[in-house]
Design a binder for this molecule. Sequence first.
Ligand code: PGA
Length: 253
Amino acid sequence: MTNKLKYFIGNWKMFGDFSSIKIIYQLNKFCISHIKISKKNKIIICLPSTLIAHFKQKLKSKFISLGAQNCHHYPDSGSFTGSVSAAMLKNVGAEYIILGHSENRAEGETNKIIKEKIKISLSKNLNIIFCIGETANEKKYNKTFSILRKQINECIAKNFNTKKIMIAYEPVWSIGSNKIPKSDELSLIINFINKQLKKTFKNKIKPKVLYGGSVNSKNIKKFQLIEQIDGFLIGSASRSSKNFIDIIKNYYK
Ligand code: PGA
C-alpha cells in the first residue's frame, strides 16, 4: 500500500440531531488512540446544514473536518425559500461541500447548475467533493464512460482550482443497494476518470478520485487493492461510529 493520504468522507444525508455529535466524538477518540493510522488518512463528515454550526463549536479535533451536502447556485443572499448559500455554509464552519450527488440530480439538478455551484463554492473557499456516476440503465447500455466524460466536461472548467476539488465516482446503482462494482471494472473506470482529468487540467495537479456506493467494513478490503482510489464517500455506514471505525481499521489491516 502506498503512503498517500486517503480520505474517508461521511455523507450523513438527512439524518442526525445535536446528540449525534457523540458519533464524531467516538471517531475522534479512535483517531487519538491510533495515531499511526490517523496520520495516513483524513476524515471529513458532511452534515445536514442544521448541525454544522453546533458541531463546529463543540468539536475540537485536528483529525476531523466538517462539510456540507449541497448549496444553492446563487452566490450570496437571495429570495430562494428554503435554500442555503455556499457563503452561509462557509460562515458556520463547513470546510468541504458535496456537490452533484445523484440524489440531487434525481430532483432536477443539471450539470449546468452543478457547475455554477462548484464555481461559487470555490469562490467561498470551500473544498469540493464533486459526485459523478452512471445509472443502472446507462451501465446496461454501455454508456458509463460517455456519461462520466459528459459530467466532468460540463461541470468543471479548466480554470477551476484543482487543489480544491475531489471527484467522487458513485455509480447510482450502487448507492444504498449493497452492490459494488467488480474490481477490474472499477479499476478501468478510475483510470478513465484520471485520464479525463489529466486531459482537462493538463499541467495542473490532478484532482483526487474517490469511490462511493455501499462501502462498508466487509467490502472495504476489495477497494484497498485499487491503489488509484484516493478515498471513499460513505453514506449509511458513516452514521455509526463503530461501522465507520471498522471501515478504517479494516482498510489498514
Ligand atoms: P451509501 O451512500 O454508502 O449508503 O451507499 C453513499 C452516498 O450516497 O454518498
